[in-house]
Write a protein that binds this ligand. Structure first.
Ligand code: ASP
Length: 330
């Protein structure tokens, strides 16, 4: 079967401090989970299903895997809880759904999708979101389900570092890692994006980051789909995902340049960090990041899942450090 547009799925498993001396067994497990997410998501596209099906299928795999900061394995809040955020958006219809601060929803991405498809609203939070989940037959679990020892220890460390003082920038920057996201292009040429996260370790006062905010961490229109990962406050201030898509759809910039400008210039110039995955309606991929690494994967015409972690691993986007400053060439 030939398609007018290529079928493409791109995912991320978070950007941040990724040490090269990471436990090899852990790295292998993370890469295997990424491959499975790509495989399961791409199967939806191959079956002629819409991009949103690929996005939610891939993200569900990563939420269920305890290595990622989404669903099981989410980071702990200052109060020792797991509070999760997620969003989805379809590019062609501009339909969107989001949830924030949920503590019992096994797969927050599925609830975000239910909000989009079965409610009159775009965003639900906390207990109200969980009441809606119950009505929709979405799986709820005991909050203990999300706990992992590794995340608990990370939180204990953060508590010690933060006791009595405002977090230093570098501490805050190290607290995000492992958020998951996906963008897909289906056989109808339609795009979709989704992001799911536990947020930032030791977050307080019902803090919500960029991931579930349409336009900040997640956005799609007819030309472009984006999922971000990084220090959310900066993605909120730059409305990063929307900014990338506007550069593509209004300014006609290639998606790699648009994404690199926001992720490698605008966000670091303000003191933030992180990465993003972006996909345009022709199947062009961008996966920029300004951190040590970003778990990222893609699957396209060859049908083979590709996964990369560090910045020197080849990927199809010619991962660029930063575009030339405007004064030098343009
Ligand atoms: N962006 C997420 C947040 O700020 C965290 C992350 O991507 O790791 O909640």
């Amino acid at each position: 079967m030939t398609h007018a547009t290529p079928l493409v799925l791109v995912i991320h498993g978070g950007a941040g401090v990724i040490r090269r001396d990471m436990n090899p067994a852990k790295e292998k497990a993370v890469r295997a989970a990424m491959s499975k997410a790509l495989h399961d998501g791409y199967a939806q596209l191959k079956a002629g299903k819409p991009a949103i099906d690929a996005v939610t299928a891939a993200i569900t795999v990563l939420e269920d895997d305890a290595h990622f900061n989404a669903g099981k394995g989410s980071v702990f809040t200052h109060d020792g809880k797991n509070e999760m955020d997620a969003a989805v958006m379809e590019g062609e219809s501009l339909r969107a759904g989001a949830v924030a601060g949920v503590q019992r929803v096994k797969n927050p991405i599925l609830l975000a999708r239910a909000v989009m498809e079965h409610s009159a609203h775009i965003m639900l939070i906390g207990e109200g979101a969980e009441a809606f989940a119950r009505e929709q037959g979405i799986t709820l679990v005991d909050p203990a389900y999300f706990r992992t020892e590794e995340r608990w220890q990370q939180w204990q460390k953060a508590l010690q570092e933060d006791s009595g003082k405002k977090p230093h920038d570098d501490q805050a920057a190290a607290k995000h890692f492992g958020t998951v996201g996906a963008v897909a292009l289906d056989s109808a040429g339609h795009l979709a994006a989704g992001t799911s996260t536990g947020g930032m370790t030791d977050k307080r006062w019902g803090r919500v980051g960029d991931s579930p905010i349409i336009g900040a961490g997640t956005y799609a229109n007819a030309w472009c789909a984006v999922s971000g990962t990084g220090w959310g406050e900066f993605y909120l201030r730059t409305v990063a995902a929307h900014e990338i898509c506007m550069k593509v759809s209004l300014l006609g910039e290639p998606v790699q340049r648009a994404a690199a400008e926001v992720i490698n210039q605008e966000i670091p110039s303000m003191g933030g960090n992180g990465g993003a995955i972006a996909l345009d309606a022709n199947g062009n991929i961008a996966m920029p990041f300004n951190t040590d690494g970003m778990f990222r994967g893609w699957i396209g015409a060859d049908g083979v899942p590709h996964v990369a972690v560090y910045d020197d691993e080849p990927d199809p986007t010619n991962h660029q450090p930063a575009p030339a400053a405007p004064s030098s060439t343009e």
